[in-house]
Design a binder for this molecule. Structure first.
Ligand SMILES: [Zn+2]
Length: 369
């Protein structure tokens, strides 16, 4: 039996990562005051003041109702796509007083990376528990992970499994990194038994080189932070040019044309076609993820007589019953009434995944816990 575990922001939140709508407040409260006049921070301050009338340096951050990351990136992407501008923020650089939208976009991505990276270093407790328990019930090697998160909780947990004697299982991201060409690199091409992890919105440890179109991996480390802190360390392993992050926020207008990302999407789709069960963990099925909905619908409607079970694990402490109900409706209206909507949290699933996996193959389409 093949299983796909689809990891959303809620799975990372279980490891105390800030959720999307806390990213701005977390950055402006803790990071910006340290270097308020760096080029990046000056640009971000101008942008929030001009466009959202928020003074991120002097206002009381706790009382501000920030726009979401998706809203901010969404309007910038749209301006870029339509070749239009916001006052003082243009799509071209003829006027040097005009902040370029492309640059601002990069800064916002680095801001996110910064907020996530800091928290990523803390714990992987529930991800570790999940892998350990899947392994115990012999389900680990049949499991493919698909993640929309940029953080490296699941990555680090999988790559730590490798043991030369006991378990030679390697992490396979589905793309070839420049690292594979260098003997000195600690990251080798996966061979033999592998665990697949497809990160469909990119990753904090991927550095893309737009000059030679290659991708360098920074093992165990959110290497994207080097672009911000020490650009010399963020060079392409191949041609030594400066790299850029592959971090694609879930907006309606995102650009999926990157070669590596489309490879990852393609492999994710193939894995989904071949799976018997998809378990959505910590994923709330947001409106903005139309690309994901499109992929799921295609996969669900061409099954070659193989049935597909879908299970949702997205509860957490203090979640309102009404919110849960809405989420259930959202899943069922799109994927059908057979969706098994549990009341379990990611933590509970991680503690005993086979209980839920086994239940999904029984008749009941509603599991209390
Ligand atoms: Zn290069």
């Amino acid at each position: 039996m093949n299983i796909c575990i689809f990891l959303g922001a809620g799975a990372s939140a279980a490891e105390n990562l800030p959720i999307q709508n806390e990213l701005f407040s977390s950055y402006f409260k803790h990071n910006l005051p340290k270097h308020p006049n760096s080029p990046m921070n000056l640009k971000l301050r101008d942008f929030f003041k001009e466009v959202f009338n928020i003074d991120v340096l002097n206002d009381n951050i706790d009382e501000i109702n920030f726009p979401t990351f998706e809203e901010v990136l969404g309007i910038l992407d749209m301006a870029d796509q339509r070749q239009e501008s916001f006052k003082n923020f243009g799509t071209d650089t003829y006027n040097i007083n005009n902040g370029s939208i492309g640059l601002l976009r990069q800064y916002l991505i680095l801001l996110t990376a910064n907020a996530i990276n800091k928290a990523s270093k803390e714990s992987n407790k529930y991800h570790e528990l999940l892998l350990k328990n899947l392994r115990k019930s012999n389900q680990l090697l049949n499991t493919t992970f698909i993640s929309v998160n940029y953080d490296i909780h699941i990555d680090n947990t999988i790559s730590k499994l490798y043991d030369k004697k006991k378990m030679r299982v390697m992490l396979d991201y589905g793309v070839d990194f420049t690292n594979f060409d260098y003997k000195s690199s600690s990251w080798k091409k996966p061979v033999g038994e592998t665990i697949k992890l497809y990160k469909i919105h990119g990753s904090l440890n991927w550095l893309y080189c737009p000059v030679c179109s290659s991708i360098t991996l920074t093992p165990y480390e959110g290497g994207v932070m080097r672009i911000l802190n020490n650009q010399k360390e963020a060079k392409c392993l191949n041609c030594k040019e400066y790299t850029v992050p592959i971090i694609v926020p879930p907006t309606y207008f995102k650009n999926m044309s990157n070669l590596y990302l489309s490879t990852v999407w393609n492999k994710a789709e193939m894995a989904l076609r071949d799976t018997d069960l998809i378990v959505f963990c910590g994923y709330s099925f947001p409106e903005a993820d139309i690309h994901i909905k499109y992929m799921l619908k295609r996969v669900q409607t061409s099954r070659n007589n193989k049935s597909l079970k879908i299970m949702v694990v997205n509860n957490h402490e203090n979640k309102l019953e009404s919110a849960l109900k809405k989420e259930e409706m959202r899943y069922k209206r799109f994927l059908g009434n057979d969706v098994i909507f549990t009341k379990a949290s990611f933590q509970e699933f991680a503690k005993n995944p086979s209980k839920y996996i086994d239940l999904s193959f029984k008749d009941s389409n509603y599991i209390d816990k």
